[in-house]
Design a protein around this ligand. Sequence first.
Ligand SMILES: [Zn+2]
Length: 168
Amino acid sequence: MALSFVADSMLGRLARWLRALGYDTLYDASWEDGALVRIAHQEGRFLLTRDLALAQRAGAWAIVIESEALVEQLAQLRAILGVRAVAPFSRCLCCNAIVKPISPWAVRERVPTYVYATQSAFYICPNCGRVYWPGTHWERMRANIATWEAKGVLARSAEGSPSGGAEP
Ligand SMILES: [Zn+2]
């Protein structure tokens, strides 16, 4: 079964990276404790939190994130759940929806001219409309993921597994 998460308001950066790795991760800084616990229980999501009281309310679904540092947070989740790059860049970093490929001409007016001229693959978030492309931003994130895999911060992706587009 695919792992999914809901992160508390202190863990926005971790939530973004979990999305980048391909995990279904809900995050909304305005959600209060009761809502977080309800979402975790109703949807079978692990509640990621740095708040012990909140973790107690969530019971078995809670994971208390020990560090404030992103790399240590990921390493903790790797140790507990084997977190890895399951489907990198398959989700919108902003809203968690699965992005879809879209023809360059369809996004021509919405991306910078030099990007349109130099990129051939574009993806759109069907929920918030954000457009993504494998440009410098994704490349930097991909380099981080590779470094973390090399250092054991993340588990290594399974051999031959699809690297994008697919649901974990
Ligand atoms: Zn989105």
